[in-house]
Design a protein around this ligand. Sequence first.
Ligand code: NAD
Ligand code: ZN
Length: 358
Amino acid sequence: MLRNYKAVGRVLYGRNAFAQLDDIFEPLRVDAGSYVLFLLDEYFEGKDLVKRIPMKNGDLIRFMDVTDEPKTKVVDALVEEVMNEKGMAPVSVVGIGGGSVMDYAKATRLMFTNPGSSARYQGLDLIKNKGVHCTVVPTISGTGAEVSMTTVLTGPEKKLGIKGDFTPADQVVLDPDLISSVPDPQHFYTAMDCYIHNVEALNGNRKTVMGASLGRESLQLCQEIFLSGNSRTPENDEKLMVASYLGGLSLTYSEVGACHAISYGLATVTGIHHGIGNCIVFNQLDEFYPEEVKEFRKMMEINKVDLPKGVLKDYSSEDIEKMVDVALTLTFMWAHVAGPEWEKVITREKLRDLYMKM
Ligand code: NAD
Ligand code: ZN
C-alpha cells in the first residue's frame, strides 16, 4: 500500500519573511482570549529578534533550553503549565529555533488535544486527534524538521519520533537572514545532517524517483555551499535553507540509512547531539558511502572543521553493546541500506568495530 502523505501546509519563503509573521496569526485570533504560544531557542533571549515578534495581548513566550535534545517530560510540563495559566489551548504554537525548538513546537501543539503524556505517542500513527495550528521558523538549517512528518523526542524509555499525518507543521516561515548568527562549527554540523539525509535517501532500496529528485537537488546545493571556500555568505544561507527543506522532503519519499541508525545508538547512550553525532559516524562509513565520505572529508578540510576524536574512549564495552542494540532495532533503515536479508551483512561485530573507531 502507498501512503497518502500529508505535507506541510503553507510556506512563506524569502528574505525578511519574518516581518510578515503577524499576517499568519491575525485570521486565527477569532475568539476573545485567543492567544499565540511562541517557543524560542534560548539563544534569542535578550536579542533583537524578540522585539520583532508580533506579540499581542495575552500571547505567551517561552525560551526553550536546548542543552539536551527535546524530552517528552518538558513537553508535558509545558502543556500543563500553559493550560493552568490560560485554561484554553493557544490558536498557534510557534517554534522559532533549530530542530530542537521546531520539534518542541510540533510536539506541544499535539498535546493540547491528545490526553496523557507525549511518551504514549512515540511511534507511527499513534496520535488520534488533530493538534492546534503550528508554525515553525528555522533559525539554523539542516535537519529538515521544518517540513518532516516527525517530531523526535526522548522519553523515559526511548528516543523515537511521534510520526504521522498530524505531525507536520501547518505553516513554515523560511527567512534566510535568521541563520546568519549560527556559530561555527554548529552551522556545519547541522548542515551536514542535510547532506547525510540526501546521501542516505539517494542510496538504498527505498529510494524513489520523487525522493531522489529532491535529494539530488538538495545535495547539489550542499556541494555548492561547502566546496565554495566561503560557506558563510547570505547567498549560501539561502541555499542552505532551501537545501534543508528539500532534503527533509526527500526523506518522506525514501529513508535514512546507516549513519542515522548508528548515530541513534550513539545518541541514546552518550547524549551526543544529532548534527555532530552524524558527522562523527559518517566519517567512519567509507564501506557504505565511499565517494560521499571522501567528499565530506574534503568539505571538513575546506571549512576547517576538526571533528572530535576518541569520543567513546571512556565508555565501557556494555555501553558499546547498548549502542549496537539500539542501532539494530532500526530494522527499516537497515532494510533500506542492505535489503531484506540485511541481518547477514549488518552484524554486531561490524557495528561494534565502527563504534570503537569513533
Ligand atoms: P538545535 O536546534 O539543537 O540547535 C543547535 C544550537 O544552535 C543550539 O545551541 C541553539 O541555541 C543554536 N542556535 C539555533 N539558531 C541559532 C541562531 N540563529 N544563532 C545562533 N545560535 C543558534 O540543532 P539542530 O541541529 O537544528 O537540531 C537538532 C535536533 O533536531 C535534534 O533534537 C534532532 O533529534 C532533531 N531532528 C529532527 C528531525 C525531524 O524531522 N523532526 C530531523 C533531524 C533532526
Ligand atoms: Zn538527521
